[in-house]
Ligand binder design. Sequence first.
Ligand code: NAD
Ligand code: MG
Length: 382
Amino acid sequence: MKQLSILGATGSIGTSALDIVRMHPDRFQVKALTAANNLPLLCRQIAQFLPEMVAVLDEARARELAGMLGSGFRPQILSGHAGYEAAAAWDGVDMVLLAMVGAAGLRPALAAIDAGKQIALANKETLVMAGDIVMAKAREKNVAVLPVDSEHSAMFQCMQGNFAKDVKKLFLTASGGPFRNTPKEAFAGITKEDALDHPNWSMGDKISIDSATLMNKGLELIEAMHLFDISHEHIQVLIHPESIVHSMVGFTDGSVMAQMGVPDMKQAISFALSFPDRLDLDLAFPDFAALSSLTFHAPDVSRFPSLEFALAACKKKGTLPAVMNAANEVAVAAFLDRRIRFSDIFTIISTTMDGHTCIDNPDLSGIIESDQWAREKAGSLI
Ligand code: NAD
Ligand code: MG
């Protein structure tokens, strides 16, 4: 029985992970849950999975949750950073699923690794901000960081049974998002509703906007570099509108392995949770006979400069990836609040990155200070 801590339990990844637990109660038990919002859903999750502890955003929400639970089953309730870190390091937990969104994932990730927990990583922002520090700590503690992001899970699945030395190239696929064919002149008029309407995947708001700007692929490029210890020069981004090939790995002998499936995050989540086993998920296979073709083409960076921002960040390294990530988080939140236009997201990220004095080989406090600096800079631009 694997004991789980699920951080970000009320989100898109968190709820899919709990669906898997519900389907396989003989394999998983939930010891800890955290969320920042949607307390009614968290209450239902508590009643169903009976965790020993839960953590929420702040004291006020902890009190509200305690009130909502009434005289029913009541776990220990903690709050804030300390609460999330306690959930990540909770006694008896074998694996921590990091499924909270944004920079808030970094400290719990480090707390989990410090405590020797296995990591199932959905929160890519953690590796973008501090991939060197996180992966070095994971190696030091002999902790596995298993990818949940579908592309990275795909690459990881293709690598099974092969030696890392034989991996030559990663092909990182992207659906292209809802504006794949939209002319640049129309970008300023894109609404929040248009941008949240992803053609193939159903996801949380922030990653849906990141998919629409292709920043998600920029973040994933950096995530792949850290997870697989490979240079950006050996990673190629490909637009693949059908979202059937979730990514591919090229080997030294010219062979290419692809991992395929219908676009459903449960497959990637379950592979991380149950690795090296595969679970029966009752998912349909792609209908290959009905698919007339699978297509691939290069991304258009003149319309989607996010990929160039990410390339600049991974070439420069240091604090620049964290600055890019923070500026993006601020710009996306402002777009979701209808305070800026879609096209402004790109300008805010590039202006913030241009204004940053990069620190080489930063420690954690250097990264957190740069993240803070970028949030203020991007906020002032808004
Ligand atoms: P979501 O918005 O649906 O859910 C986020 C969860 O984190 C919620 O439980 C929320 O309460 C919690 N949360 C939000 N802000 C928080 C904060 N400041 N502190 C602590 N907790 C907070 O997001 P999601 O789509 O599930 O994505 C979660 C992570 O997984 C992101 O990093 C995303 O990039 C990554 N990811 C998601 C998908 C997907 O299909 N949704 C795919 C690949 C990777
Ligand atoms: Mg992905």
